[in-house]
Design a binder for this molecule. Sequence first.
Ligand SMILES: Cc1ncc(COP(=O)(O)O)c(C=O)c1O
Length: 437
Amino acid sequence: MLAAMSATTPHPAQAINDDIARASPALLALLSELGREAVYPPDIPHQAAQARGKRFNATIGQITDGHGRVLALPSLERQVSGLEGDHNAALLYSPIEGRESLRRRWRGRHRPSSPAASPSSLPLVVAGLTHGLALVADLFCDRGRAVVVPVPFWGNYRQIFALRRGGRIVPADIYRAGRFDPAALRAPLDALPEGEPALVLLNLPSNPVGYSPTASESDHLVEALAGAAARRPLLVVCDDAYAGLVYEDDIPRESLFWRLGSIDERLLAVKIDGCTKELVFFGGRVAFLTFPFEPDLPVTRALESKTKCLLRASVGSPVAVSQEIALATLEHAGVEAEIEQVRQVLARRYRALREALERADPRLLRPLPFNSGCFALLELPEGLDAEAVRLRLLAEFDTGVVASPPRHLRIAYCSVAEEAIPELVSRIEAGIAAESS
Ligand SMILES: Cc1ncc(COP(=O)(O)O)c(C=O)c1O
C-alpha cells in the first residue's frame, strides 16, 4: 500500500498505480515496494522536454550556443566527426527513454509480422542488458520473492536479483538427465504457496549452456508457464542477450516473449535485448526493455514512468553517443547481411566444436545439449572439481575456460578461431585426464 502524502494529497504514484491495476491486477501484485512507489518526477528532464523548440529554453544544464547546439570542445568534436549519426545529439543528453528513432527501429526489427504476436511497447533504452535486468529487479523483486531460474545460470543473476534486491533464487533443474525438460520449471513454481507472485528468468539461447528449445519443447515451456500462471501472478523475464545466434535449422529463432504476452492475464512477460551481442557492440552499452503492452496505453505509460524514474535515479540518462552509433549502423541497408555473416562465423565454430567433442572421451567430459548462442557446457566426471580443472588448464595447458562449480566447465567458442577449436578440446581433455589420475 502507498502512504498518502497527506490527508488531502494522494501519493504521486497513486494515479499510475491505478492505471496499472485497471489494466492488470496481476501486474500490480507483481510490483515491488520500490516499483509501486516509483513515478517519473515532473522535474528537470520533464520540464526541459516540454520547453524543446521554444525560442528561449533556459531549462536544462547543458552547455550550448543558445540555439540548441552543444558548445563542443574542438578536440572532442573531432572524435565524433566520422560519425554518420547526429553529432549534436551524440554530445548532448539523450532523452531518458532513449532516442525515439532508435526505439522505433529496434521495435520494428524485432516485432514478428504475425498478428498473433504479443503486444509490445516502444522499447526503453537502457545502459546494457545488465542494466535492463537491474531495472526489472528494482521494479518487480522484493526481499524473499521467488525468482525461478533454470540451472546452471548466468551468475550475475545472483547479484542482480538476490544481492541487490533480496530475491530468493529458486533453481529449476531443466537440464536433468542431459536433456532439456520444460516441465522441470513447473515443480519449483507449484511448490510455492498459491497466489504468491513469482518471477521466472528465461535466457534462450542460454548462457552458460548454449541451448535453445526445439519447437515442441517451446510449446511445452509455454504450456508449463501458462499452467504456473493459473496459480499466481507470474513475471517471465525474457533475457534475449543472444537473440538470433541459432545454428540448427529446426530451432525457432524468435523470442518466447512474442508467444507469452497473451496466454494468461496473470502472466506478464518483459523482454530485454540489445546491441551487445546482436550488433557485436559490447562497449556501446545500448540495450532495450520492452513491456507486453502496445505503445501509448495508460498502463504502458505507467510502466515507462516508473522505469524512467529508476533509470534517472541510477545512470541519469542512457549513453547518447552509442545510441547514435547504433542507430546509424541499423540504418545501413547491408547491416542485416553483416549480422548474418557473424552468425555464420559462429555457426562454423559451433560445428567445429561439436565435431571435436564427438571425438572426445565421454568418460572425461559430457557436453550438455547445445545448439545456439556463444557457449557449450561440459560436465566433468564425478569426484572432479571444476575449479581445480580450470586452474590446472591455466597452469599446465596454457588454456583458459570458465568453471561453473561444482562440475561444469564453460567453453566460450565465440572467442576461439575455428581452426583452434580441435586443439582447445584436446587440451581440455588432457587437463581433465591429468586431474582424474
Ligand atoms: C545471459 C546474459 N544476460 C545479460 C548479459 C549482459 O549483457 P550486457 O553486457 O549488455 O550487460 C549477458 C552478458 O554476458 C548474458 O550472458
